[in-house]
Design a protein around this ligand. Structure first.
Ligand code: F6P
Length: 336
């Protein structure tokens, strides 16, 4: 009972929330904005849309959102609030300006939809100022700890698989080996799972920390014994140069093979969100307002085993999210 009273008092203090999207856009961000907006209005709160992420917060690019502002958005890719990677917000002066604007607009709590960098910004803001912040995992990379999936990951995965299927047609026709580079920053979820789903012969990912060279392994597995063409998914990685690097090595070490490279690039971030991402975004958006009601702050919302969970920012961004080794085994077994 006491808890219930405290909850009510806490919510009383919050009259208006701000919402922003930050970092790389991800399909399903609009669905998340919609869910947060409608659920907050349902609870009697005012909602302010902050445009261009933290850049817009610093500049005061803020407008009130209504239920109608988010009509017809659930099916749209990108983010109608726009997004940015803000260098200014990384400085104490930038965060000071941002907080001044929160006060100016009467915003008592902030909902941030984004990836690692965006939630790090929210954590820093919440540490320095008494502003409740709730994060929603919005990134195609799926690299946030404490949630089975991030908003945008499923759509990007499906986009990649569709592209790989097309590349397979030409690879087979020409008996070629294709190295296809996909996004993910330092995480290999997109590469590993798209390789399984597209029936690729190998995936080269940063998480595979065995002592064996991943290209050598692929060759040793005898990739040409039964097949005349091969697809290798390569995770973009600033450390080893990505698909170009492996293609160059292949050309040098095995000049007998016809090698091509495709870098899928930003098309992976676009497109209409999958049903899975829309539902995930809707659930997490509603849960974010529930979390505020419960007096939660400085947590990211996640879904684990189909249940909504709260993860402290520091864990969500700092802890490496492991790739299930079973997935590596599945690809190895099925690509013989
Ligand atoms: O974090 C999402 C992501 O798409 C990464 O996979 C990629 O490394 C990065 O953003 C690309 O960022 P930008 O669009 O700023 O080039």
């Amino acid at each position: 009972m006491l808890f219930a009273v405290n909850k009510a008092l806490y919510m009383e203090k919050i009259k208006a929330i701000g919402i922003l999207t930050s970092g790389g856009d991800a399909p399903g961000m609009n669905a998340a904005i919609r869910a947060v907006t409608r659920s907050a209005i349902f609870e009697g709160l005012k909602v302010f849309g902050i445009y261009r992420g933290y850049e817009g917060l610093i500049a005061g690019d803020i407008k009130e959102l209504t239920t109608e502002s988010v009509s017809n958005t659930i099916q749209r890719g990108g983010t109608f609030l726009k997004t940015a990677r803000s260098k200014d917000f990384m400085t104490p002066e930038g965060r000071r300006k941002a907080v001044d604007n929160l006060h100016k607009f009467g915003i008592d709590a902030l909902i941030v939809i984004g990836g690692n960098g965006s939630l790090t910004g929210a954590r820093d803001l919440a540490r320095e100022y008494d502003i409740p912040c709730i994060g929603l995992p919005g990134t195609i990379d799926n690299d946030l700890y404490g949630t089975d999936s991030t908003i945008g990951y499923d759509t990007a995965l499906n986009t990649i698989v569709e592209c790989v299927d097309k590349i397979r047609d030409t690879a087979t026709s020409h008996d070629r080996i294709f190295f296809i580079e996909v996004m993910g920053r330092d995480a290999g979820f997109l590469a590993q799972n798209s390789a399984i789903a597209a029936g690729a012969e190998a995936a080269i990912i940063p998480e595979d920390q065995t002592l064996f060279d991943q290209l050598d392994q692929f060759i040793k597995r005898g990739f040409r014994k039964s097949k005349n063409s091969s697809i290798v998914l390569v995770s973009e990685s600033p450390k080893d140069g990505g698909a170009m690097h492996y293609a160059e090595r292949m050309r040098k070490e095995h000049p007998e093979y016809d090698v091509r490279v495709t870098i899928l690039g930003h098309l992976q971030r676009g497109g209409t969100p999958s049903a899975y991402d829309r539902i995930l975004a809707s659930r997490l958006g509603v849960a974010a307002i529930e979390a505020l009601k419960e007096g939660q702050r400085n947590v990211m919302m996640g879904v684990v085993n189909d249940r909504v969970v709260y993860v402290p920012f520091s864990r969500a961004i700092k802890q490496d999210k492991p790739i299930n080794p079973e997935l590596i085994n599945v690809l190895n077994v099925l690509s013989i």
